[in-house]
Design a protein around this ligand. Structure first.
Ligand code: HEC
Ligand code: HEC
Length: 299
């Protein structure tokens, strides 16, 4: 019964849409052509020269704007390039820079680097965009540094290695961060991240010379992909542990920590309560002295 009703409704809607489209077209067609100028001919001549110059300038500005808009975003060009081509580029870079440690078939090389089969595009994006990879020498822990590869090459590497499975590069929109639940993000951060990264995301030491880094420079995608891939000693936070929404709340909270400079006023080097007390004490004493002198002078 309900089904019949529904389908007939659908039909009606479809019909109505069809009609309204036709009406729209008819309206557009019947609109009068823009009225041609019928003013004084000489004035029009002078004006049209000015107008033509203005139009030319306008067109140049538009073309220039489009050009500068289109040129730096090679990412878009790449996005339209076929996936296969990206993988080929990725393989080229891999064979030059990563193969010695991660092996010809991504299976890893003993004592050099782990297998990358199934680590996913997210892990590659995290490692390469934070400058951790390519590793330059064997060390206890790779650290964040300026990325060696640009955005396009990073995506190509991610496509090549990501074809063997694993999490894709996560997307976080500005919108979702703006609408996130900061209070929940803060609570989840204190529960899941603060033990290693400290309550304000400043990082801290872990065992055997390792450390959890400061989160000051991590972008939303860095934070998301770190949670998805668990680099080094960091655990993976699967969807069972933290849903996508909870992850976005955490990201928004970390972003807010990055923005919060010093809510309690000047940080005085963040050296703790002793220098803070000293500053207050000295400032207070000076202020009281000035007041005393001022009152004494008045009476
Ligand atoms: C000098 C050796 C070396 C080179 C070169 C190197 N890596 Fe690594 N890579 C490592 C080691 C060691 C680890 C594991 C330690 C760590 O995660 O810090 C690792 C970890 C990784 C991981 C994380 C794996 C996981 O389980 O999450 C990715 C992804 C990765 N490398 C990608 C690359 C890419 C891409 C390149 C080339 C641009 C590259 N690496 C070049 C040594 C190397
Ligand atoms: C057990 C300790 C531990 C916990 C818990 C942990 N992390 Fe990490 N995290 C690390 C370590 C260690 C690294 C450095 C990994 C490396 O250098 O390869 C790291 C790296 C990161 C980075 C990269 C920072 C940068 O700028 O390069 C981000 C972002 C991050 N963690 C976010 C989080 C978030 C969010 C949580 C909670 C959901 C969390 N971590 C929980 C240990 C931890």
């Amino acid at each position: 019964m309900a089904t019949t009703h529904n389908s007939s409704n659908d039909k009606q809607t479809g019909d109505r849409q069809g009609v309204s489209t036709m009406t729209d077209t008819a309206d557009t067609q019947s609109a009068p052509p823009s009225a041609a100028s019928s003013a004084n001919k000489r004035r029009t001549g002078r004006k049209s020269k000015v107008r033509r110059a203005a139009a030319l300038l306008g067109a140049l500005a538009v073309v220039g704007g489009m050009y500068s808009y289109a040129t730096p975003s090679n990412a878009e060009t790449n996005a339209s390039a076929s996936q296969a081509e990206m993988m080929k580029t990725g393989q080229g870079i891999y064979d030059k820079t990563c193969i010695t440690c991660h092996g010809a078939n991504l299976e890893g090389v003993k004592d050099r680097g782990p297998s990358l089969l199934g680590v996913g595009a997210a892990a590659v994006y995290f490692q390469v965009s934070t400058g951790r990879m390519p590793m330059t020498r064997q060390e206890a822990q790779t650290i964040r540094k300026p990325a060696k590869f640009g955005h396009d090459d990073t995506l190509a590497l991610a496509a090549y290695i990501g074809q063997y499975g694993g999490p894709a590069i996560p997307e976080v929109s500005k919108e979702s961060i703006k609408n996130a639940n900061l209070a929940e993000g803060g609570e989840l951060f204190r529960l899941n991240c603060a033990s290693c990264h400290n309550f304000v995301g400043q990082g801290g030491a872990l065992s055997s010379g390792k450390f959890a880094p400061s989160l000051k420079h991590a972008t939303p995608v860095d934070i998301y992909s770190a949670m998805l891939t668990g680099p080094q000693n960091m655990p993976v936070f699967s969807p069972n542990q933290l849903t996508d929404e909870q992850k976005v709340n955490i990201i928004a909270y970390v972003e807010s920590l990055q923005k919060t400079t010093d809510p309690g006023g000047a940080s005085i080097g963040r050296t703790g309560p002793v220098p803070e007390g000293l500053v207050i004490w000295l400032g207070g004493i000076s202020f009281m002295l000035i007041c005393t002198v001022w009152i004494a002078g008045k009476s």
